[in-house]
Design a protein around this ligand. Structure first.
Ligand code: NOJ
Length: 744
């Protein structure tokens, strides 16, 4: 066997050599070689100060302007990048200074947080992930890219691919939730959407996978807090979406704020160099997070600015965001031989490489006329409405209260979020404008213009006083049905927005209870950036629609769903707990030696709350019903490197056309290390007509069955596996198969 392999390899090598002598190199590799040659030529001409300039990124003004200081620095070649500077005219103006007035004419790279839209705002990323529709997510990112690039932005600080198992952490809103597989598919979709196949295109930007790494594991869900994560969990839970971003060709990474196992992420050679560059062969650059280089001092791993610069640079952080320690200290560090010239050159090389790939040396400016047509055009707005509706999750719908009848005479629309434009945009609003946003009040008015809408706010978002309750109750009494929009304000999630309670803020629940007590059918529309503890609602309210923060077109999209023009098909990308005390609560946990058993006290559970979630990962209803049956495996036994086809029948047994997200999970029942009770390995969102039945097929490859063994080697072990297919992580049918001990 061994000698056959060698022979095959030798033959292939010989062919490759012959081919390389006879045919010209591919244009792709030629291009790459040219870029490296141009970088070498530039590096040879750069002074140390100019090199350090490339490593510096400074913040513009919140309104998108650059600062007078930037102009002076750019002229001298002392600034390589800005963040927040945007707008075609302004970026062109500063770029012109870089490429005409600086000695080496190196263009600037303009970065900006284009997280879920530039001007046309899509649902928050957690909401987009709830669509379980990577194609839709890719489309949203590609529209965001086109708008951003037209406004002179080359680089988005997205996707945020941090796995989050703790909804207290406000930044769960910015990612794809708790699961590495769903997170990886969303990461890939977003990178593709932002970058396309060539991010030099005039409608593309370079993406940035952040925050490297394990930032979402912040202790107690408190933002910026310490993380302590085993290498196994890093590799199995936190790394995969980053790896997926690298495989999709992501151009940049951002190092995180958190310290990880005692070493801050912005000075961590294991993650920044060994894994990212060594194992994964990433050849783009890493930018620090905002002042995270300087923060190494507060972390207590650097005594002063010089040490902080040395640690971050030598660990592999190429560009420094906002703090200026590289510029201040690198030359003395080199003189003192604490840092090598080569480390600086390597960082500059990586940054220039991305500037070349962006085409900035050849086309440094953007077309100012394009900005007017490319941004917030009707096609983008229509896409925002469609994608927003796809991201909504129907949590409850007793007695088919929803969809509402368009002939309804009157609706009471109540709640602090029913008419709040700014909140619809969620956290990270890019260049989005509150005045572009459609609220639920506006959405209902345009959906059912004949219906009387009795609007009463009830209370502000904090809801500390019941002053407005009476008016809300009056509106409810005077109407046929009540729609009540409750949840969080946009600022209650996102960065620096952790909460210790996941309840509806203030007296919002009291408001819902009072309204429901009027006896009118009550529909709760949730708007929020994280899973909430909504036990009373889950128990007592007939209908609950989770809408996240749905973006510019929120109100129209919610109205589309409430009235059944769109049948909701989203599924939860994160578990909804019953109580904060259950956190972290996630579906892909380990079994323990004493899995919960209601009849046995000495098993893993609580005295005061069930061990189960309120709503599990992957859960979501529809206005129609689906049946998943007839699970078949193509084999009962596969070799170690084999493949397996898994198929089921999915039937729409209800009366409306609708979408089901068919989910495939596996479990390795006995392995050399403990394995999760379930791991998502595939899903498909499909649309079925009433009565329609479809066979849905998944291909399971051996690699998807593998894990990191006790020696931290990726391995597939022989033995029994369970396959589970269903409509959520808890509603599945299952079968088993064996993986044999031999390869083919
Ligand atoms: C800090 C945040 O952590 C990061 O996600 C963001 O990209 C930067 N600020 C720049 O705004």
């Amino acid at each position: 066997m061994r000698s056959t392999r060698l022979k095959v390899g030798g033959f292939a090598l010989a062919i490759a050599v012959i081919l390389s002598l006879t045919s010209p190199p591919s244009s792709h590799s030629q291009k790459r070689e040219n870029v490296e040659a141009r970088i070498n030529a530039l590096l040879a001409r750069m002074t140390l100060a100019e090199k350090l300039g490339q490593l510096q990124q400074l913040d513009g003004e919140a309104n998108g302007n650059f600062r007078p200081e930037h102009v002076e620095m750019v002229k001298k070649g002392l600034l390589g990048s800005t963040l927040n500077v945007r707008g075609a005219q302004r970026t062109n103006q500063l770029q012109r200074i870089a490429v005409t007035e600086s000695r080496l004419k190196i263009p600037l790279i303009f970065g900006f947080d284009v997280i879920h839209g530039y001007r046309t705002i899509f649902p928050i990323p957690l909401g987009e992930a709830a669509s379980w529709d990577p194609a839709a997510v890719e489309r949203a990112a590609s529209i965001a890219a086109a708008e951003a690039r037209a406004a002179g932005v080359h680089w988005t600080f997205a996707p945020m691919v941090d796995i989050a198992r703790d909804p207290r952490w406000g930044r769960i809103a910015e990612g794809s939730g708790e699961d590495p597989y769903l997170g990886s598919l969303m990461a890939r979709a977003r990178v593709r959407g932002f970058q396309g196949s060539d991010f030099s295109a005039k409608d593309k930007v370079v993406a940035c996978a952040k925050h490297w790494v394990a930032y979402g594991a912040a202790e107690a869900g408190r933002d910026y807090n310490t993380t302590d994560v085993s290498e196994r969990s890093l590799r199995e839970v936190y790394f995969p979406p980053f790896k997926a971003a690298v495989d999709a060709g992501v151009g940049t990474f951002m190092s995180a704020f958190n310290d990880l196992n005692g070493v801050p992420s912005s000075a961590n050679p294991f993650t920044l160099t060994d894994v990212l560059r060594g194992e994964w062969k990433f050849d783009g650059f890493v930018v620090s997070d905002y002042t995270s280089v300087e923060e190494l001092i507060k972390h207590g791993v650097a005594a002063d600015g010089a040490e902080a610069a040395r640690e971050a640079l030598s660990a592999g952080v190429d560009m420094e965001m906002v703090s200026r320690l590289y510029n201040k200290h690198a030359s003395e560090l080199i003189k003192e031989r604490k840092l090598s010239q080569q480390t600086i050159d390597e960082a500059v090389r990586r940054i220039l490489r991305i500037k070349f790939r962006l085409g900035l040396f050849d086309r440094p400016y953007v077309d100012e006329a394009l900005e007017r047509t490319a941004i917030f055009n009707s096609a983008s707005v229509a896409a925002a409405r469609e994608i927003a509706a796809r991201s909504m999750v129907l949590l409850k719908n007793d007695h088919d209260v929803l969809p509402l009848d368009k002939n309804v005479r009157s609706i009471a629309l109540i709640g602090p979020l029913a008419d709040s434009r700014q909140d619809m945009l969620g956290s990270w609003t890019g260049d989005g404008k509150a005045e572009d946003a459609v609220t639920l009040l506006q959405g209902l008015k345009s959906k059912v213009p004949q219906t009387r809408i009795n609007y009463a706010k009830g209370c502000d978002i904090g809801c500390d006083k019941p002053d407005g309750f009476e008016e809300a109750l009056r509106a409810a009494r005077e109407s046929d049905v009540t729609v009540i929009a409750v949840g969080e304000s946009a600022e209650m999630s996102g960065e620096a927005a952790s909460r210790s309670s996941l309840d509806l803020p203030g007296r919002q629940l009291e408001l819902v209870k009072a309204v429901q007590a009027t006896g009118k059918p009550t529909i709760v529309v949730l708007m929020n950036g994280r899973p909430l503890t909504i036990n009373w609602l889950a128990e007592n309210t007939p209908a609950i629609l989770e809408t996240w923060f749905a973006g510019t077109q929120a109100g129209n999209a919610i109205a589309d769903v409430l009235f059944g023009d769109v049948n909701p098909g989203g599924k939860l990308p994160a578990t909804f707990p019953r109580s904060v005390g259950q956190i972290p609560l996630y579906y892909n946990h380990k079994n323990t030696g004493r899995p919960p058993d209601a009849n046995n006290k000495y098993t893993s559970k609580y005295l005061d709350v069930a061990w189960t979630p309120l709503f599990p990962f992957g859960y979501g209803l529809s206005y129609t019903q689906f049946k998943i049956t007839n699970l078949q495996l193509s084999a009962e036994r596969i070799p170690l490197n084999g493949k397996l086809t898994v198929s089921v029948d999915v039937e729409n047994t209800g009366k409306r056309v609708g979408d089901e997200v068919v989910q495939l999970y596996i479990r390795d029942t006995s392995a050399s290390v403990t394995r999760p009770v379930k791991e998502l390995k595939g899903f498909q969102r499909i649309t079925l007509q009433p009565g329609e039945k479809k066979r849905v097929e998944f291909l399971l490859t051996a690699e998807q069955l593998g894990f990191w063994d006790r020696q931290m080697r990726f391995t597939v072990e022989p033995g029994e596996f369970q396959v589970m297919v269903g409509s959520s992580s808890e509603d599945v049918i299952e079968k088993s198969f064996e993986v044999g001990s031999n390869p083919y």
